[in-house]
Design a protein around this ligand. Structure first.
Ligand code: PLP
Length: 367
């Protein structure tokens, strides 16, 4: 708190509600089941861990600042030009860099009502105004977004699929959004969960980046590659945007163990396919179990579900959260997203999902 005599932060900074991450601990529980942060169910691949360990003797060395080897590995895997890739300390850093680069006081940053919270938070950090467009059935609504574009709009952020709703926009809808934006507005497609999507009409954003000068796609190693602790993400950009981000980032923004693990992770296609297959099995399995308990779910295509609980205080989301926690299971409350009737539950191991489904069954049928 400031009393007017000490250093004063820039206007607006004290209005920011800091991001609160998923809980990781339950007092008295040694190994809680952690389903609050959409982390990987299976953990990193053995090859990625070996890449990380190989760096242990080199911690006195600065990382290679341009992340060249990793950008080349990503380029090979996805058929992309490494010169148009910029790596970051998590995709969070890339969101921050985009905002610092393209928005400032007086500007507007558009996102959908239940979009990822780091968009409005980061907009506020640069003094810009976050503008939330309403959604339709907890899905980004292209018309509502376009209606809110003004001459002050600098960026539009769409997570596709979105966290925390799990819903997505088809490639055609995303292209329609892009077509309606002025060329001066950056469309940031945050594809953090794209690797889990199994829908014919979906595209993570590469096609749009390839044909437009104002589209950026963000990806992360925190989800399917299971490297959340290392903080590693990347952006695929038009050349001019890559140039801007490279000027704005700090020279060693990605640490060396993250770079080493990232290269080995991206090359381990077998581990990637295992993680995908795991989600393809357990997402529908868990969704069906919750539906059978009369909980309504959004049609999630990511590695989590968003479940709506009844209004009855004995059966509502707060009561379910507390019951699950008492049984050693951590999920995510959704009040900060304006969805207090919901819990978000990540897809964990098979054993974990069976435990959660059984515990929720006990909760819903308890007298
Ligand atoms: C939609 C979305 N974007 C970005 C991130 C941040 O990921 P990272 O760990 O790469 O910073 C998350 C993390 O949960 C997310 O859900």
């Amino acid at each position: 708190m400031t009393n007017g005599t000490g250093p004063q932060p820039r206007p607006g900074i004290l209005d920011i509600s800091p991001y609160v991450g998923g809980e990781a601990k339950i007092p008295g529980v040694e190994r809680p089941i952690r389903l609050a942060s959409n982390e990987s169910a299976l953990g990193p691949s053995a090859k990625a861990m070996a890449g990380y360990r190989a760096l242990a003797g080199e911690l006195h060395r600065y990382p290679e600042g341009s992340a060249e080897e990793l950008r080349e590995a990503i380029g090979r895997r996805h058929g992309l030009d490494p010169a148009r890739i910029v790596c970051g300390a998590g995709s969070d850093e890339l969101i921050t860099l985009l905002l610092r680069s393209y928005a400032g006081p007086g500007d507007e940053v558009l996102y959908s009502r239940h979009g990822f919270l780091m968009y409005p938070i980061n907009a506020q950090t640069v003094g810009a105004s976050p503008v939330a467009a309403p959604e339709r059935e907890l899905t980004a609504d292209v018309d509502a977004l376009l209606e809110r574009v003004t001459e002050r709009t600098r960026l539009v952020f769409v997570a596709n699929p979105n966290n925390p709703t799990g819903t997505y926009l088809s490639a055609a809808e995303m292209a329609r959004l892009h077509a309606g934006l002025p060329p001066s507005v950056v469309l940031a497609i945050d594809a953090a969960y794209s690797e889990f999507v199994n829908r014919n009409d979906y595209e993570p954003g590469v096609a749009l980046v390839d044909r437009a000068e104002n589209v950026v796609m963000l990806r992360t190693f925190s989800k399917i590659y299971a490297l959340a602790a290392l903080r590693l993400g990347w952006a695929y950009c038009p050349p001019a945007v890559a140039d801007v981000l490279n000027r704005m980032r700090s020279p060693f923004n990605v640490n060396a163990p993250a770079l080493a693990a990232g290269v080995t992770a991206v090359e381990d296609v077998a581990a990637f396919e295992r993680a995908r297959a795991h989600n393809e099995h357990w997402l529908p399995w868990f969704s069906e179990r919750l539906s059978a308990l009369s909980l309504s779910l959004t049609p999630s295509v990511a590695n989590f579900v968003l479940a709506r609980f009844p209004d009855d205080p004995a059966r509502n989301a707060d009561a379910a959260f507390a019951f699950l926690q008492k049984h050693g299971i951590l999920t995510r409350k959704m009040g900060a997203y304006g969805l207090p009737e919901y819990l978000r539950i990540s897809i964990g191991t098979g054993e974990e999902m069976e435990r959660v489904a059984a515990t929720l069954g006990d909760f819903m049928t308890a007298r």
